[in-house]
Write a new protein. Structure first.
Lengths: 417, 313
């Protein structure tokens, strides 16, 4: 069958290029590598033990500090001033730090409770987790001392210092579900993926069409197949290549996330709550609209590719389409803010915006099934329509190498073919 | 027998430019048909309509009796004037792709590709990429693309341009083999001596209109033997004084004398020979049929004059 022959050629010639292989396999490996390394570094940072000598001139903060301090990260040792000569004590401590007996020393002034100041001297003052840890622990210790002074009991203080958990519950017609607040993040991530993929692969389709036109292969092709089959084959071929790449990436991402979760769980860090959750329905809608959006934009990019005669010209001509795509992403944020207004519903039905807007709606609210279906059918129909129009433009356009057609000329081309 | 290709009153315009005007022609099945005309005469436009890349503004096209359209694509192998191959594909894959696209079953594409590569002396190039080949080799690949699906009709637009004489000869042999198999071959060219060697039919168009068509032998016979070839030594200026001579083309090694129109060629030749024989040392004296080139120049020249006047209005 001619269509499968076209798809097959498109697939093997593209999937075999070095660029594709590198992009498909090396990129996720590098990403996974970074993820892994970052995790290791954070982990390693946590495990580093910092021993600190503490010179508590206030004589009241040290006990509170040892109470709140994370003993896994810090070891504290109290230091006496030794007869009140602070300068001598400090120079002794300084030498100890230089001799690697201590990592640093902390000087807590006598008026710490009111001044809320202290000084940390160390060989390495750029260890952010140490600095941040010390700072928050000191604040806590000071607060504790002040509360005790105000006559609040230790148990009351403990109760006040407890964490606060805000649970978000998404209201669904099918039943309410607990949400960890990552819905918005999920939606934004999905829209970003769509946008980047459409842009990159749309341009790929456009260039492929222009290339065939300028190298005159199109004439041989058109003598063998009708232009509609030709366009369909080209678009479907590139879509198949693109989705192979996405598949590899999705799989890598899934594996990497699973690994990160396991590692985090083992390390006792509950990062699970920060990883966006994607429900099965959202996943289905995303994949379907990803595909539909891909087909639709590919067919329009193909139309542009078939009316121009060089890559440079194509760059200029595609600008309006890029703007539509950018507009779609902006509108998706509008939809995110108010997913149920008539405007949002309308936007999720307009084929050019539907891929991003409908995914956004499903991510943040629960549009009725019929709306999702209608939107999908409209998208698919528009894709077929544009492929037909593209085929007509292509047929006339391949033999024209002069100047780019203006709109009335273009309409004549479409009518003519 | 149905004609392989039949055009009837085909017209095609681009804006104000009338590329083809009311062109009718019939390409008999099994013929080698030369489609001739000067540059810009509408050859390529006509061919593109035959293979359904362009649609005519009016008129009808029938391929083996079927109306033109996407349905006839598998009947025709096409070599366009401007070459088009995927530069980065391997030669064999490219050929298999185009074969499959023309409906050759998957099981047969490989043997076909191998067979043709060997036939055109490119047997070791199958695994190379197209852009590693020379222009002439790519031209041969383009030729294979046209013939690989074994279609009954071949349409070749300027098929020998860019080929050296050895390869041009190789392709000519292949074409004659294909004709022996009963294929219909239509090719366009402006190289008359090429058409003269292998065509049995020719059609001459100019400014989108047919000026002449028919069997090559008939056309030459109709034009009559009106040229004398004379090889001689001596005062060649005398050639111009010979009676009944309209024009002399002196090529140095030999001269061609055009007889005045309307004269009986045998008698005129005898008279010229009697005039020249005593004065020059003649080594060869031959009465020739006109070459296709002459017919071409005569016809186009005659047709061009009134058309030029018409364009001036």
């Amino acid at each position: 069958m001619k269509l499968t022959t076209l798809i097959h050629r498109e697939y093997i010639t593209r999937a075999r290029t070095k660029g594709f292989l590198v992009f498909t396999f090396i990129v996720p490996l590098v990403m996974a590598g970074f993820l892994f390394m970052e995790f290791k570094i954070i982990d390693a940072g946590k495990k580093v033990h910092t021993s600190i000598a503490v010179m508590d001139l206030s004589h009241q903060l040290y006990p509170a500090l040892t109470q709140v301090l994370d003993s896994k990260q810090f070891t504290l040792r109290p230091v006496e001033t030794g007869g009140g000569n602070i300068a001598a004590a400090e120079s002794r401590l300084r030498q100890e730090v230089l001799d690697h007996n201590e990592d640093g020393y902390l000087v807590i002034p006598a008026d710490v409770v009111t001044s809320r100041q202290a000084e940390y001297h160390a060989r390495n003052t750029a260890a952010l987790s140490v600095n941040a840890g010390l700072q928050s622990h000191l604040r806590q210790a000071v607060n504790q001392v002040r509360m005790q002074a105000a006559g609040i009991s230790a148990s009351q203080i403990a109760a006040m210092n407890g964490d606060f958990d805000l649970r978000q519950v998404k209201i669904n017609a099918q039943g309410d579900s607990s949400d960890n607040g990552s819905t918005a993040m999920t939606a934004i991530a999905l829209v970003a993926v769509l946008y980047v993929a459409l842009l990159i692969w749309g341009v790929t389709v456009m260039r492929a069409v222009t290339e065939e036109k300028t190298t005159r292969i199109s004439e041989v092709l058109l003598a063998s197949v009708d232009p509609f089959t030709l366009m369909l084959g080209k678009i479907l071929g590139i879509v198949t290549v693109a989705f192979t790449q996405f598949g590899v990436w999705a799989l890598t991402l899934a594996l990497a996330s699973a690994y990160a979760l396991t590692m985090a769980h083992a390390a006792g860090t509950p990062i699970g709550q920060y990883i966006p959750s994607v429900g099965p329905w959202l996943m289905v809608v995303f994949v379907v609209f990803f595909l539909l959006g891909f087909l639709l934009y590919a067919s329009i990019y193909a139309a542009i590719g078939s009316m121009v005669s060089s890559d440079q010209e194509a760059q200029q001509t595609q600008l309006p389409l890029t703007m539509i795509l950018v507009a779609a992403v902006y509108l998706a944020f509008l939809v995110m803010a108010s997913p149920t207004t008539p405007l949002s519903v309308a936007l999720s039905m307009i084929p050019f915006f539907a891929p991003v807007c409908m995914v956004m709606r499903v991510a943040v609210s629960n549009p009725p099934l019929w709306q999702v279906l209608v939107s999908a059918v409209l998208c698919f129909g528009t894709f077929l329509l544009f492929t037909k129009i593209t085929a007509k433009i292509y047929r006339v356009g391949i033999l024209m190498t002069g100047k780019r057609p203006n709109l009335p000329e273009l309409l004549r081309w479409i009518k003519f073919a | 027998m149905t004609d392989a290709i039949a055009l009837e009153q085909i017209t095609k315009s681009y804006g104000n430019v009338h590329a083809v005007q009311g062109l009718s022609l019939n390409v008999p099945t099994g013929s080698v048909y030369g489609f001739l005309g000067p540059n810009g005469s509408g050859k390529t436009t006509t061919i593109r309509m035959m293979v359904n890349i362009l649609a005519p503004d009016s008129g009808s096209i029938r391929i083996q009796g079927q109306p033109g359209g996407d349905g006839i694509k598998d009947l025709i192998g096409y070599l366009p004037e401007e070459r088009g191959l995927y530069a980065k594909m391997k030669v064999r894959e490219l050929l298999e792709f185009f074969a499959a696209l023309k409906g050759v079953p998957a099981a047969m594409t490989k043997t076909r590709a191998t067979g043709w590569l060997e036939r055109l002396e490119l047997g070791s190039w199958g695994e190379k990429k197209v852009n590693e080949m020379s222009k002439g080799m790519q031209q041969k690949i383009q030729f294979i693309v046209a013939v690989i699906a074994d279609p009954p009709i071949l349409i070749l637009d300027e098929f020998s341009s860019g080929l050296d004489p050895v390869n041009a000869n190789l392709l000519k042999d292949v074409l004659l083999e294909l004709r022996a198999q009963g294929k219909t071959i239509l090719f366009s060219t402006h190289r008359m001596e090429e058409a003269e060697r292998i065509c049995d039919h020719v059609c001459l168009i100019n400014r989108g209109q047919k000026v002449l068509d028919g069997r090559l032998a008939d056309l030459r016979a109709a034009a009559g033997k009106s040229t004398l070839r004379v090889d001689c030594a001596g005062d060649r200026a005398l050639l111009r004084q010979a009676p009944g001579v309209q024009q002399v083309d002196d090529f140095g090694n030999y001269a061609e004398l055009r007889l005045a129109p309307g004269v009986q060629s045998g008698a005129a030749a005898a008279q010229i020979l009697r005039f020249l024989a005593p004065k020059l040392e003649i080594t060869r004296f031959e009465l020739l049929e006109p070459t296709l080139n002459q017919i071409f120049l005569d016809t186009v020249g005659a047709a061009a004059a009134p058309a030029a006047v018409g364009a001036g209005n």
